[in-house]
Design a protein. Structure first.
Length: 399
């Protein structure tokens, strides 16, 4: 009822705004003021659409998902182009135009029909007040009250129909575009999947570290004890004979294989989740550069700590880039810069090597680009022949 009563003034204001925007935009289209006016009007339509979306959610109980915010590229012309091509703003303008007849109809149902029912129900009284003197009873006197009650009874049903129409209109025109909604659903599913995979990897790492690795260590200790027991069986300086000697050889071989397996398992668990990342990138990246055979200067400005998935992607990216510098660049020095601010994190590795690196020239950079793309990151390579080479990875701090 409240939404229907407010529908007429809001519909009139919105309809007048939409008509004025279209009319003035057409008139000003041949002048330099045309595009700036349309851009400002579309931004206003977006804001008014947000107000209507909140009213529909509060008064009609229809939660409409908010569309994504406008991109803010650098430059006035680029921002104006984003606004002019924004489907959300144009759909909001269409909503304001269509809201006018619906608002008028809703006000008529919410206010006009009850007044009509009162007039019909009291028709005999109104007639006699307006025309004093005796007046015979006719069919209008008889049907007035039932007709008024019938009109009054139709008001709730009419309001429900109009409410459904208003909900559908807001859902179609004020929510995100279908493609935007699909992107949002996919992003949400990706975040959930990455979080679940991270949890599984951490559980796998814990199981390997606390279970399998501990069992292998116990096996190595048992083999050492068996070797000591074999040494005690043979007197000092005596020939142990072919049987015990072969048995000792097999025990030694088993000990070596067990040690190799433990070392490989430790490398595997470190690869699942580097222990250095427990303290964040601010601690992990300097430790990573410390193992590089090429001297690396580190510059960090990590005001924000990214989520775990992003941290791991940045760490592996830095490790791969430093490995490439050591193996392929022929560089004498390198520089690693990382900064995280305003929801973005940027990693740059620069070296004074021979250059010539390119995405697609080998599997390393192509694999990094694919890994970063999975978390909305981009990889840029600037490596002219003769160097220097600068590789930049940019990612969001949050997914």
């Amino acid at each position: 009822m409240a939404f229907a009563v407010l529908g007429l003034p809001l519909g009139v204001l919105g309809g007048v705004y939409a008509v004025a925007v279209l009319y003035a935009g057409a008139l000003l289209s041949l002048t330099v003021l045309g595009l700036p006016f349309v851009v400002a009007a579309l931004l206003g339509a977006r804001g008014i659409g947000g107000l209507h979306r909140r009213l529909v959610g509060r008064l009609l109980g229809e939660p409409v998902a908010a569309p994504p915010p406008l991109e803010r590229p650098a430059g006035v012309l680029a921002r104006g182009r984003v606004v002019l091509t924004d489907p959300v703003a144009w759909r909001a303008l269409l909503y304001l135009f269509l809201r006018l007849p619906l608002g008028a109809l809703g006000f008529l149902v919410a206010v006009g029909l009850p007044l009509v029912s009162v007039w019909l129900g009291g028709f005999p009284l109104w007639v006699r007040l307006l025309e004093p003197g005796p007046r015979p009873v006719d069919w209008l006197d008889v049907l007035g009250l039932p007709a008024g009650l019938a009109v009054l009874a139709a008001v709730p049903a009419a309001l429900r129909v109009l409410s459904r129409a208003n909900r559908a209109l807001a859902r179609v025109l004020l929510g995100p575009v279908r493609s935007q909604q699909r992107v949002r659903e996919l992003e949400s599913a990706r975040v959930t999947l990455l979080a679940e995979s991270t949890d599984r990897l951490r559980r796998l790492e814990r199981d390997l570290h606390d279970g399998t690795q501990a069992q292998l260590v116990a096996l190595a200790i048992t083999l050492s004890l068996a070797d000591d027991a074999l040494a005690d069986l043979a007197p000092a300086g005596a020939d142990p004979g072919p049987g015990p000697a072969r048995l000792r050889t097999l025990v030694d071989r088993a000990r070596g294989q067990t040690d190799d397996t433990i070392a490989g398992l430790r490398r595997l668990t470190r690869g699942i989740h580097p222990v250095a990342l427990d303290g964040g990138l601010a601690e992990a990246l300097p430790g990573l550069t410390g193992t590089s055979p090429v001297p690396v200067t580190v510059r960090l400005d990590l005001r924000e700590r990214p989520v775990e998935v992003i941290e791991r992607a940045v760490y592996y990216c830095a490790a791969e880039l430093l490995t490439n510098v050591a193996k392929h660049s022929g560089a004498h020095t390198a520089e690693l810069t990382a900064n995280a601010v305003d929801g973005r994190i940027r990693l740059t590795v620069r070296d004074d090597g021979r250059g010539g690196a390119a995405i697609g020239a080998g599997t390393g950079l192509a694999g990094l680009a694919e890994r970063l793309a999975a978390v909305d990151g981009v990889l840029r390579v600037d490596s002219p022949p003769g160097g220097p080479t600068t590789v930049t990875a940019e990612l969001p701090s949050r997914l």
